[in-house]
Design a binder for this molecule. Structure first.
Ligand SMILES: [Zn+2]
Ligand SMILES: [Zn+2]
Length: 344
């Protein structure tokens, strides 16, 4: 028997009521879409390190209670007024880029990724740690059929961040590209870098991750606890790009001397500490530092299609929504291999 979506009155959510509070599993009314919005029946939502911004109250002006989650995949359940290009039942995803205004100076130049009034899913509005979620249409990416919702979810933040930053880094096939950190972002960065045709040096702490890094596509593994990683990169000719995924400013600072002339340290791992670099380190060899976050929904679709084509997949541990607190703690412990995904 067919059931109408409006017959479902309540749903389970995992919310944070105040900064530093625990996840509260509770029932809420299923939300209705406004103009230009859709309701998504969530199937999977990745647990990302940036969810700590909501959990610990580190985002200025954030309104509580808030439901985090910006690696969301589900099926459209209801269309708001004015929505014509998406259909009920269509599988969609929402990443960090949760909406843009279309009118600010960046948007007027087509640079939606850097919208001055960017909305972040799970920060500006309730995200994917719930069974039904409202999202604006400009935040939606369509999900290829061959990827399951659990597989697709981490690609919408960790995936697009590494894929999109690397593809815009200026590195060419055959160039030496280093990936700092073999974790949630790094294990995807190594795979993309390898599939892009770079010579990939993975940099990790200790020797335990060497076999995995090589399995993911690294040509060289550098143990930063046993050697001077910058010197090791210079022995290989210097890195054109170092994509810094480990959230350690100290580890990033130590690698600047590993860059080739015109090389770039591409910062994607968020650390609250300052990166230290002497002006001469940058001046000599015209080296640079660049930060990068995420991408637009179109960039997410490119990431998903490339992953489908090349076989790049996140390594995933799944938890049910009711155990969101445990899933978050597992992610924060740094011991998860490597992305944690909630299922609804
Ligand atoms: Zn994220
Ligand atoms: Zn804008």
């Amino acid at each position: 028997m067919a059931t109408s979506p409006t017959a479902i009155a309540t749903m389970t959510v995992a919310q944070i009521s105040n900064p530093g509070g625990d996840f509260e599993i509770m029932e809420r009314e299923v939300p209705k879409p406004g103009r230009g919005e859709v309701v998504i029946k969530v199937e999977a939502c990745g647990v990302c390190h940036s969810d700590a911004l909501v959990k610990e109250g580190m985002w200025p002006g954030l309104q509580y209670p808030r439901i985090p989650g910006h690696e969301v995949v589900g099926a459209i359940n209801e269309l708001g007024a004015g929505v014509s290009t998406w259909s009920i039942g269509q599988r969609v995803g929402i990443g960090w880029h949760g909406g843009h205004d279309g009118t600010c100076p960046s948007c007027r130049r087509g640079d939606f990724r850097n919208c001055r009034n960017i909305k972040v899913a799970g920060v500006s509005y309730d995200g994917g740690y719930q069974q039904y979620m409202v999202a604006p249409v400009e935040a939606l990416a369509s999900i290829p059929e061959s990827l399951s919702s659990v597989e697709a979810a981490p690609l919408l933040c960790a995936g697009v961040t590494t894929y999109n930053s690397l593809r815009h880094s200026g590195a060419l096939p055959g160039d030496l590209v280093a990936v700092l950190g073999i974790g949630g972002l790094g294990h995807l960065g190594i795979q993309y870098a390898s599939k892009f045709g770079y010579k990939v040096a993975a940099i990790g702490r200790g020797s335990a991750n060497a076999p995995l890094a090589q399995k993911l596509g690294a040509d060289v593994y550098i143990d930063s606890t046993a050697t001077n990683a910058a010197q090791e990169l210079q022995k290989l000719g210097g890195a054109q790009v170092i994509v810094a995924t480990a959230p350690s400013a100290k580890a990033m600072s130590a690698l600047v001397n590993g860059l080739a002339p015109n090389g770039k340290l591409l910062v994607v791992g968020a650390s609250p500490e300052p990166i230290e670099v002497m002006p001469l380190q940058l001046i000599a060899g015209s080296r640079s530092l660049q930060g990068w976050w995420s991408g637009t929904p179109a960039d997410s679709e490119d990431t998903l299609h490339f992953s489908e084509l090349s076989g790049v997949r996140a390594m995933i541990e799944t938890y049910p929504l009711a155990r969101a607190g445990e899933a978050y703690a597992r992610m924060m412990s740094g011991n998860a291999e490597f992305r944690v995904v909630l299922t609804m």
